[in-house]
Ligand binder design. Structure first.
Ligand SMILES: NC(=O)C1=CN([C@@H]2O[C@H](COP(=O)(O)OP(=O)(O)OC[C@H]3O[C@@H](n4cnc5c(N)ncnc54)[C@H](O)[C@@H]3O)[C@@H](O)[C@H]2O)C=CC1
Ligand SMILES: O=C(O)[C@@H]1CCC=N1
Length: 274
């Protein structure tokens, strides 16, 4: 029988994940989502046919898996208010919150709990997510496999065996959709400056991004080789790529990834003091 999964918080991330689970055939009767606001739960009941609760403790009461999907800033209060119900039930805890460590979450929920931390990203909303997962000492193989099933319903999954590596996952996947959107914005602006209508520039740039990503994913060659295949000697691409390299693009991405990872750590430390 399918595990009962309760989502605490029913926003973007939660609805992406349970939407993906249902699309992959997970029984909707086994899914519950909570939010204090029933007005936001009503359309979810209608669209997905899942159970909903405005009381988090009621949601935890028959859960095998509790997915924590509220904002990190309110997580402490949400966990503290669920402590007794969680300790009674001892479900698997899966958190998608940025920064908060497994130790912090376990402590806030009263201790002695299997906790999986997950760093997903927003393309999960369209089934093309990329998530990093880390399990604490109390998680067993069957629980790892449940978490893999949950997150693979919205994209790919990479397990890490050291929690600190989730900061790197945040830098190259969790936050990274925003870097690609920035590149699309910049290419659209450049296309417009060179005379294209904005809509054409956007369509061309986005389709190119999609095509380039698909070629890398097919795995015939690594990105460096695929890049060289576009670069005819003394041609247009060589001129553009040389400019990007000389302007320090690689170093800029490295620095962005470093400040991103550092902020994940800082958020965890700040919020973990509670
Ligand atoms: N947006 C992103 O790119 C990513 C977000 N995350 C993490 O996902 C988590 C959720 O983020 P989003 O879904 O984007 O936020 P959201 O704002 O869309 O959803 C949060 C939900 O929590 C509900 N909520 C508020 N107070 C509550 C309470 N006391 N009890 C139960 N539910 C309550 C709200 O009604 C809302 O539905 C965050 O912890 C964030 O760090 C992780 C990776 C990527
Ligand atoms: O920006 C943030 O803090 C969250 C975590 C990863 C993506 N969005």
């Amino acid at each position: 029988m399918a595990s009962n999964v309760t989502f605490i918080g029913a926003g973007n991330m939660a609805s992406a994940i349970f939407g993906g689970m249902i699309e992959s055939g997970y029984p909707r009767e086994a899914i519950t989502a909570t939010s204090p606001d029933d007005a936001m739960l009503a359309p979810l009941r209608e669209r997905y046919g899942i159970h909903t609760e405005t009381d988090n403790n009621a949601g935890v009461a028959n859960a095998d898996v509790v997915v924590l999907a509220v904002k990190p800033q309110i997580m402490h209060d949400v966990c503290a208010a669920m402590r007794d119900a969680t300790q009674d039930r001892k479900p698997l805890i899966v958190s998608v919150a940025a920064g908060l460590t497994a130790e912090t979450l376990e402590r806030w929920l009263g201790g002695d709990l299997p906790v999986i931390r997950c760093m997903p990203n927003t393309p999960s909303l369209v089934g093309s997510g990329a998530s990093g997962l880390y399990a604490n000492r109390l998680v067993d193989d069957s629980q790892k496999s449940i978490a893999t099933t949950l997150m693979e319903s919205v994209g790919i999954v990479e397990w890490v065996d050291e929690e600190v590596l989730l900061e790197a996952v945040t830098a190259v996947a969790g936050s990274a959709p925003a870097y690609f959107y920035l590149v699309f914005e910049a290419l659209e602006e450049a296309g417009v400056k060179l005379g294209l209508p904005a809509e054409s520039a956007r369509r061309l740039a986005v389709q190119t991004g999609l095509g380039a990503a698909r070629m890398v994913q097919q795995g015939d060659a690594d990105p460096a080789q695929l890049r060289r295949n576009v670069m005819s000697p003394n041609g247009t691409t060589e001129r553009a790529v040389t400019h990007l390299e000389e302007a320090g693009l690689r170093q800029i991405f490295l620095e962005a990834a470093e400040v991103c990872a550092a902020r994940a750590r800082e958020m965890g430390e700040e919020l973990g003091k509670q």
